[in-house]
Design a protein around this ligand. Structure first.
Ligand code: ATP
Ligand code: MG
Length: 310
């Protein structure tokens, strides 16, 4: 559906996107992750033809964007990071206005507007001016605008930043549904790991304009040094036994306090169950254990050396 081939974007001496290549398949929900200033919006702007790459090529639906921008724009829906709506117009009028720009008119336009109002769940507020809407509602209208031409490829640039939890859930569910029911290909840009984990099978991590990791969560986990966390609660243990926990194979960062032992396990080296067995065999009586699989957040931290939220 989308191919980025050695894309570079320079602003003077500054390289915002650096020789980035990426393929996104039909029907995929793809996550684009990166800290502030990583180059995510620059990538989205190049795909949406707002800016052109300094070098490299982009293909959408097997067509070169440089050669057939108008054709390609017809199959794309872009939800930009900055909301672009007319505050003095109602939700319905905004959708109609942008629908006209896509060439819709008459009955078809009216039908599409009501269909979209249903999808974004703003039918009961359709006649209210957008200026009176909350951030989350505006964002939903913005998504509605991108859906007006029934795109094959939907690109959302941080659609849930600074909005209420209800709108956030609604947006996540809408993306899921559009993908499942219509086979829409989605590129989802976000700071929020849990959203990307929930929605996307494959993710790309970008930092300083470079692609630094690409794959499914499992693949990223395998390639990173990230470890899973095991916490066990014990009822009885001798001092000597607790001392020996540090020697259990395949574990590190052992912490003991309040009848709890927490440690990191490298699952490539040791099975978590065997680690629990080893601890019990030291004569430590366990009452419970909790296992937390490494998440994208810690993988990200591992790869980039920084947190996504700073
Ligand atoms: N028009 C421009 N002129 C000069 N530098 C720019 C321009 N647009 C973006 N940049 C720079 O390019 C880099 C990438 O910016 P971009 O907006 O793509 O990041 P981002 O990953 O979307 O960040 P955020 O998470 O904050 O939205 C930043 O360092 C930014 O300052
Ligand atoms: Mg951005």
């Amino acid at each position: 559906m989308l191919e980025l081939m050695n894309i570079t974007k320079k602003y003077g001496d500054f390289t915002a996107v650096n020789n980035l290549s990426l393929n996104i398949d039909d029907g995929e929900v793809f996550g684009l992750l990166g800290p502030n200033g990583a180059g995510k919006s620059t990538i989205v702007s190049m795909i949406s033809t707002v800016i052109s790459p300094t070098s490299g090529e982009i293909k959408v639906d097997n067509k070169l964007l440089r050669e057939e921008p108008i054709q390609i724009k017809k199959v794309m829906g872009i939800v930009p990071q900055d909301i672009a709506l007319y505050d003095t117009l109602s939700a319905k009028d905004n959708l109609e206005f942008f629908g006209c720009l896509y060439g819709l008119k008459g009955k078809k336009l009216k039908e599409r507007v009501s269909e979209i109002l249903k999808i974004i769940e703003l039918e009961d507020r359709k006649n209210q001016t957008v200026g009176e809407f909350s951030g989350g509602m505006k964002r939903r209208v913005n998504i509605g605008v991108a859906l007006m031409n029934n795109p094959k490829l939907l690109i959302l640039d941080e659609p849930t930043v600074g909005i209420d939890p209800q709108s956030r859930n609604h947006i996540l569910e809408t993306v899921k549904k559009l993908n499942k029911e219509r086979g829409m290909t989605v590129i989802y840009t976000s700071h929020y790991m849990e959203e990307v984990e929930y929605l996307c099978k494959r993710v790309a991590i970008v930092d300083h304009g470079k692609l630094i990791a690409l794959g499914t969560k499992e693949e990223l986990k395998k390639n990173s040094q990230s470890k899973d966390k095991l916490t066990v609660t014990y009822t009885k243990a001798s001092k000597e036994a607790l001392e020996k926990v540090k020697n259990v194979a395949g574990t590190e960062k052992v912490r003991i306090s309040n009848n709890q032992i927490s440690l990191l396990v490298d699952q490539r080296k040791r099975n978590i169950i065997n680690v629990v067995e080893d601890i019990r065999n030291l004569g430590i009586n366990l009452s419970s254990f909790k296992y937390e699989e490494v998440n994208l957040e810690s993988i990200f931290l591992q790869i980039t050396g920084k947190s996504l939220r700073d």
